[in-house]
Ligand binder design. Structure first.
Ligand SMILES: Nc1ncnc2c1ncn2[C@@H]1O[C@H](COP(=O)(O)OP(=O)(O)OP(=O)(O)O)[C@@H](O)[C@H]1O
Ligand SMILES: [Mg+2]
Length: 248
């Protein structure tokens, strides 16, 4: 069983840019009528290719907001977000959708599986949207479900799955595109210890085998301790609590 306390060095790095992701003075203010909520108040962060980062912080500290901004799912109110050198903040919606579909594996806090599609079709979705041939899609979906330990769950709809299985489907959908970066919002939040360890082993395997950059939000101290870098959000600011290791 892979230890949760160490991050192996990535074997291969697909990314050629010096930074996988860069945030420059990012601010996010939500506006609802006359009410403003300042969720992110100025964060500058460099994520190197192959980094394994845990984002921590109390409820409401802006963790999900930050992850959505990193994925180009939410525009920052100020500042810039660069994914492998490309500025996401001046891209059109369709360009952003394409970048997300090809480069970013995003695991939502509440999974966001489409309820009327089978598990297999949920996983296939990004590949279908990208126009891959059906036989390739089938092969990759099957491999992704097997990798996540649910090879027989393809035909089931989300409501027929347990919480742990739904997460695995969401993770399979994120990984099936072989993303350069995976952004996961409290992926193990609803799992028991055993399931949580299994899921973390998958993250560590992907990281070690493919050099995939991983940023995950977690409340779990053991999981955070297993990351290469730990970043705590406090009052909309980021504090690095475990400095980046050299060479990682
Ligand atoms: N779409 C939105 N519109 C208005 N306010 C929002 C929106 N999304 C988040 N917020 C507010 O921004 C702040 C940060 O929310 P966020 O979801 O990023 O926190 P979080 O750290 O992920 O919390 P949790 O640990 O509970 O998931 C909160 O005060 C929240 O109410
Ligand atoms: Mg959240």
């Amino acid at each position: 069983m892979a230890a949760l306390t160490t991050v192996p060095e990535p074997r291969a790095t697909r990314e050629t840019h010096a930074t996988a992701l860069r945030l420059e003075d990012v601010e996010v203010t939500y506006r609802r009528g006359s009410v403003e909520v300042s969720a992110v108040r100025g964060i500058t962060l460099d994520v190197a290719p192959g980094d394994f980062i845990a984002i921590e912080g109390p409820s409401g500290s802006g963790k999900s907001t930050l992850l959505r901004v990193m994925a180009g799912l939410w525009p920052p109110s100020a500042g810039r977000v660069l994914l492998a050198g490309q500025d996401l903040t001046d891209r059109s919606d369709s360009e952003l959708a394409l970048i997300r579909r090809r480069e970013i594996g995003f695991v939502h806090q509440l999974f966001n599986l489409l309820p009327d599609l089978s598990a297999a079709d949920n996983v296939a979705l990004p590949l279908l949207l990208d126009g891959l041939p059906a036989d390739q899609i089938d092969r990759r979906v099957e491999a992704a479900l097997a990798q996540l330990g649910i090879p027989d769950k393809g035909p089931m709809r989300p409501e027929e799955l347990s919480g742990g299985e739904m997460l695995r489907v969401a993770l399979a959908r994120a990984l099936v595109i072989e993303p350069t970066i995976v952004l996961a919002d409290e992926p193990t939040g609803s799992l028991d210890r055993n399931n949580s360890q299994n899921v973390m082993e998958i993250f560590h395997e992907i990281h070690a085998a493919r050099g995939t950059t991983i940023v995950l939000v977690t409340h779990d101290q053991d999981i955070a301790a297993g990351a290469g870098r730990r970043i705590r959000l406090v009052d909309g600011h980021a504090v690095e609590t475990l400095p980046r290791r050299t060479g990682n």
